[in-house]
Design a protein around this ligand. Structure first.
Ligand code: ADP
Ligand code: MG
Ligand code: MG
Length: 894
């Protein structure tokens, strides 16, 4: 007989924290807390295997499950001293979903299950509090009808609003027992009118209806979208937790809340949380009332005039704080917890690893390593390299003028500007169709808004706290968010918001700063990020672990300086053609390209050489002796050709020829497949004087800098698109000749290396031979991917999406290195190259050099360095360290 159900409570549990796959995250951690002796209402978990069974068997249950559930329910009844379905003293339960990976807001929880027209009376009598009983019943009817029966919650909200209006009151807490009775009666009528049958009174029907709804919600659109965005397989399934209710809505000595063992926004080692008195379940998250802070410290930070729990319930607070320490020490990570206090008695309802901003993640990892709670290696492993991207984005320029519009809560850091839209659907339309950047403005967000939240630059809500849906989801996505901005009044129908007497309409530009909670009119300029504090500390640790070097792809002084600031150990790719687009130079470049003979080209090249020499002087100075790999001219010539009549006339004049000659030459350079055409070293082969000019500029610059600064300057000259050793030999010979000339002229010599890009499959296969001439290889994996797949990066978008949907390729091979095919060529080339020339230096300079999973592969195949865009250097450094740690784990040597 299979075990489908695992019980917990009363100080012990059948499950454990490491059984997440079977029990889901929530169930496994409820079991763990019960085992730790932490007060958890008793309950049981129906396993994820049941969900899998359910979908594999036409939405039916295993035969023996009913019996196991009823046994588990008896254990709860024993512990609680109440009976499920009893009318005098009913046991009520919650039915909670819980997948392996936490899916915030994706699944629906039902509270107070087990109430009906008779037992509500019993509950009222037994508790001596009819108001509480009817409040619980109305919540149950609303949640159950919405989640299980499909009666939309707006029906219920309308009824509640009209009852409140009739009574002339604003807050739910002001309603009396009789009011709630009225509400319940109207709710039930509404359900009957909508469904044509009454609200279910049989508690077993209620229970199994709820269980079925949880399993059903695994396949709802929200959950499917979330899984797609987070790459969670549908096969994992969800568990269902059934748990005895404890009540935070029994009066003013009751509350419900959410808390974190450390501040999830800053990472500060301070208890952080919010609670609501006389409330239940999701009231805190739903932003129904403004929550109170747990601590005095938090209250001061938030400038809240409401008292903190530390002040009003000091004993409960102490107990909760002790549990905070216990759980964090046990899990050795920051925890996100949910709790309820029923008549001064504390119950824990959930704990999980807390989501945090990247800034907080760094602080927490560094602090915990210093506290001795985790090792430095653990700390390195805890940071998601991709998430560092958040910190590598610009923030508001402190000196820029700005016009403050409103102030809310700093819910997710980062600054963003965009046109405002008032619905998630509009956000998608503006971004996808109108190609605009948008800020999504909502009163509050809900799970249906996920798609629109994802495409928005930033999110602004007018209601809800730091743990509201908008705040939690935005932090997870790394999207800037300002929440609970109460001064703003949103009018969805008019597509407008009003603040401080000002009307701001759809399409108007605003800027939000999720780090401070401020909202500004218009677009405020931003400044570049710095690598300081905990970030810098972690990066120092990272550098003691990693073995892969990290270089940057850079050609401008600004990029090179940024790369250095972020810790690049050299330039892995300087694309010389990028230096030619400057308006001062492009004319000479065009003149060179359009010249019909060598003499004409030489005249134009002579105009370029002073510019090019200065480019290299600048780079060598900034890189201060670090290696600089310079790729000679690579792109198809047509990229430089003149397009307009004006441009053509300009060149004709500069070259001293007539316009028609330029046009003819222009036409003759046309290619049908430029990416596979006259480009790369094919240019050097056909027009040697171009590469000679570039080599001369490099050597003159190197001599100059070396002589004047006394630093070693070691240029690495790289020949692109080589497919045959002979190509490289010819180019190397002419570079050596220029070097000898320059060194003789200057009576000064520098060391240099000549190597090649490996970006054609033929070069990878013939790497053994090519390595006889090449002193280094750099894998140009953008072109190598194009040439291996035989598809163009610029044109493959539309069909690649279909390919991925059909499961032909798992990933976009231009974003993530295709290890099977392209990776195999990299491996072969490395092996064959090193067989010829042991110690041959190997690097990668494609887009993949900044992609964490690709970096892991680079480590595995023994590359010496990766090179990526300057802003990704810290990401690459961390990924390299994680790859090195993974390597030592994998080899079993340590
Ligand atoms: P989610 O996965 O969306 O966080 P939960 O299952 O944690 O949903 O339920 C949401 C909230 O409902 C909890 O934070 C808690 O406040 C309340 N809740 C759930 N189960 C119980 C229970 N047995 N007793 C009291 N409150 C509960
Ligand atoms: Mg929860
Ligand atoms: Mg290339």
């Amino acid at each position: 007989m299979s075990k489908w159900v695992y019980g917990f409570g009363g100080g012990r549990a059948e499950g454990r924290a490491d059984m997440k796959n079977l029990l889901g995250g929530k169930g496994a951690n409820l079991a763990e807390m019960a085992n730790l002796g932490i007060p958890v209402p008793p309950g049981f978990t129906i396993t994820t295997e049941v969900c899998t069974y359910y979908y594999e068997n036409g939405e039916t249950y295993p035969a023996d499950i009913k019996e196991q559930v009823s046994e588990a329910m008896s254990r709860i009844e024993e512990i609680m001293g109440k009976t499920f379905g009893d009318n005098a003293d009913p046991l009520l339960v919650s039915v909670r979903s819980g997948a392996r990976a936490s899916m915030p807001g994706m699944m629906d929880t039902i509270l107070n299950l087990g109430l009906n027209d008779l037992s509500v009376e019993g509950l009222a009598k037994k508790s001596g509090d009819p108001r509480f009983a009817y409040d619980s019943y109305r919540r149950f009817i609303q949640m159950y009808s919405d989640v299980v029966l499909g009666v939309d919650h707006h029906h219920f909200e309308e009824i509640l609003e009209s009852v409140k209006d009739d009574r002339g009151i604003k807050l739910d807490t002001e309603l009396t027992a009789d009011d709630w009775k009225k509400v319940v009666a109207q709710y039930k009528e509404k359900v009957k009118a909508q469904l044509g049958k009454p609200f279910p009174q049989n508690v077993q029907d209620q229970l199994w209806g709820a269980v079925g709804a949880v399993f059903g919600s695994w396949m709802n659109q929200r959950a499917i979208t979330y899984r797609r965005l987070h790459e969670i397989p549908a096969s994992w399934g969800t568990a269902v937790n059934v748990q005895a209710m404890v009540f935070g809505n029994m009066g003013d000595d009751c509350c419900t809340g959410v808390c974190f063992t450390r501040d999830p926004s800053t990472g500060e080692n301070a208890f952080y949380g919010e609670f609501l008195v006389n409330a239940q379940g999701e009231d805190v998250v739903a932003g129904i009332r403004t929550p109170q802070q747990l601590t005095l410290h938090g209250r001061e930070l938030q400038h809240s005039d409401l008292p903190s729990m530390e002040e009003v319930m000091p004993d409960v607070f102490k107990e909760l704080n002790a549990i905070r320490h216990k759980l964090e020490a046990h899990y050795r990570d920051m925890q996100d917890m949910e709790f309820t206090v029923q008549q001064k008695r504390l119950w824990m309802l959930q704990t999980r690893t807390g989501k945090r901003t990247t800034k907080a993640a760094l602080k927490i990892a560094v602090d915990m390593a210093r506290e001795g709670l985790i090792t430095r290696k653990d700390a390195i492993g805890r940071i998601d390299p991709a998430a560092l991207d958040q910190l590598l984005h610009p923030t508001l320029d402190p000196k820029a003028p700005r016009q403050l519009l409103a102030r809310g809560l700093p819910a997710s850091p980062g600054a963003a500007s965009g046109r405002i839209v008032f619905s998630a659907d509009e956000a998608e339309v503006w971004v996808k169709d109108k190609k605009e950047k948008v800020i999504l403005v909502r009163i509050e967000t809900s799970p249906e808004d996920i798609g629109g939240m994802h495409v928005s630059e930033g999110i602004l809500t007018t209601r809800g706290g730091m743990t509201s849906h908008a705040a939690v989801v935005a932090r997870g996505m790394g999207t800037p968010c300002v929440a609970g901005c109460g001064e703003i009044r949103v009018d969805y129908a008019a597509k407008q918001m009003k603040v401080a007497g000002k009307v701001v309409s759809e399409g108007d530009v605003i800027t939000i700063d999720g780090g401070t909670g401020e909202v500004f009119m218009g677009s405020v300029p931003t400044v570049q990020p710095e690598l300081t504090g905990d970030f810098a500390t972690l990066m120092e640790w990272v550098d003691t672990i990693r073995t892969l070097k990290v270089r940057a792809n850079a050609e401008t002084p600004t990029d090179a300086a940024t790369a250095r600031k972020f810790g690049a150990e050299g330039i892995g790719l300087c694309r010389t053609e990028h230096m030619f687009f400057d308006p001062q130079r492009i004319l000479a470049v065009r003149e060179m390209i359009l010249a019909s003979d060598e003499a004409g080209r030489k005249v134009a090249l002579a105009k370029l050489i002073p510019f090019q020499r200065q480019d290299f002087i600048d780079l060598f100075l900034i890189m201060q002796g670090l290696p600089v790999t310079i790729r000679l001219l690579d792109p198809p010539l047509h990229e430089f050709l003149p397009h307009t009549e004006v441009e053509i006339a300009e060149i004709a004049k500069a070259a001293g020829v007539d316009v028609d000659t330029v046009k003819q030459r222009n036409a003759s350079l046309h290619e049908s497949n430029p990416m596979l055409g006259h480009r790369g070293c094919r240019l050097g082969i056909t027009y040697p004087e171009i590469y000679e000019m570039q080599a001369r500029a490099i050597f003159e610059a190197a001599v100059h800098v070396s002589r004047d600064t006394g630093r070693t300057v070691t240029p690495e000259i790289m020949i692109p698109l080589v497919g045959a050793k002979k190509e490289l030999d010819l180019m190397k010979a002419s570079i050596d000749k220029v070097a000898a000339e320059v060194f003789a002229e200057q009576s000064y010599a520098v060391k240099y290396h000549v190597g090649t890009m490996i970006e054609l499959p033929r070069a990878a296969l013939l790497a053994g031979e090519i390595a006889e001439s090449a002193e280094f290889f750099s894998f140009g994996t953008n072109d190598l991917t194009q040439t291996t797949f035989g598809m163009s990066r610029d044109d493959s978008g539309p069909f690649l999406e279909v390919y991925r949907a059909k499961g032909i390729y798992d990933h976009d091979p231009f974003a993530q290195l295709d290890q099977q095919g392209v990776g195999e060529l990299v491996k072969i080339a490395g092996e064959r190259g090193r067989a010829t020339r042991p110690g041959l230096k190997l690097g990668i300079c494609g887009e993949h050099g900044g992609d964490p999973s690709s970096i892991g592969f680079c480590q595995k195949v023994g590359l010496d360095y990766v090179s990526c865009s300057p802003y990704r250097v810290p990401i690459a450094r961390l990924s390299a360290a994680q790859a090195a740690l993974g390597d030592t784990k994998g080899s079993g040597m340590h």
